[in-house]
Design a protein around this ligand. Sequence first.
Ligand SMILES: Nc1ncnc2c1ncn2[C@@H]1O[C@H](COP(=O)(O)OP(=O)(O)OP(=O)(O)O)[C@@H](O)[C@H]1O
Length: 304
Amino acid sequence: MQHHALELDGVSKRFGNLVALDGVSFEVRPGELFGFVGSNGAGKTTAMRIVLGVLEADSGEVRFDGRPVTHETRTRIGYMPEERGLYPKMKVLDQLVYLAQLHGMSSNEAHQSAQTWISRLGLADRRGDEVQKLSLGNQQRVQLAAALVHNPDVLVLDEPFSGLDPIAVDVMSSVLREKAAAGVPVVFSSHQLDLVERLCDRVGIIRAGRIVACGAVAELTEGAATKITVTAPLAPPGWAAELSGVKVLSQEGDTTVVELAPGTDDQTVLKAALATGPVREFSRTHPSLAELFRNVVTDQQEAR
Ligand SMILES: Nc1ncnc2c1ncn2[C@@H]1O[C@H](COP(=O)(O)OP(=O)(O)OP(=O)(O)O)[C@@H](O)[C@H]1O
């Protein structure tokens, strides 16, 4: 099957006076895991609801395969809503079969697919239980199964990892990776930035309804302040304090961590460290997604 990109193009949405989305554009490419991150209330759920047609945009367009999303294309999206819309009194298997049929599968196909996902997501012992009797984490597994059961061409998942135990996080991660590897564009929102950084090919950071950064994490952190860890056993306290463009973040025992302002030559730090005696470690680290996120969000706040 040939897969296609999901695109948001200049999507805006107001609720009364509140601008929830202000010209949001990004693309989720076929075979890509895209992390959608932002503070509480930044607009992630609103954007996802617009993709699904649960909400209508005031302006802008959502496209799949280069064409505006229609009722027909929407049935090809697997959606995991934040409010977890399952039928509480329905049994797990019945619920999944029902949803698969609703998306056009025959009874046989629906049963087969439901059983496959039930086993894959570790729900075999629960297939006959009412959804409302499951733990929250297990309800979430059913919700993922519900998003996957009709074999969708796109996956849009609103905080799929929240509240999951570490085993369920691993199961969820491998299912998403596998779907992406099969060519499906996958977008999910999350506040677990370490997980997003580990899993995603690209990320989009949204702040107050605007995309403020979008790209591969490595790309986004390139050019940002770099950290250097230096282990110099004979270096006296404060040895790096006076170096220009260098900020000392910590000095514990013989290890000092400094941050270089963009454009500062790291050899200045190495020379200063060598001048104190032997250097046992000298390593650079790029900022994590969490650090980048804080910087981007703070910069934008300061710019206001
Ligand atoms: N139906 C609605 N009516 C009025 N305001 C709304 C409605 N839905 C969302 N909002 C507002 O729009 C903004 C964006 O909310 P949204 O739920 O999209 O954020 P989010 O990024 O998903 O946040 P969180 O991480 O907390 O889930 C918020 O200020 C929210 O209060």
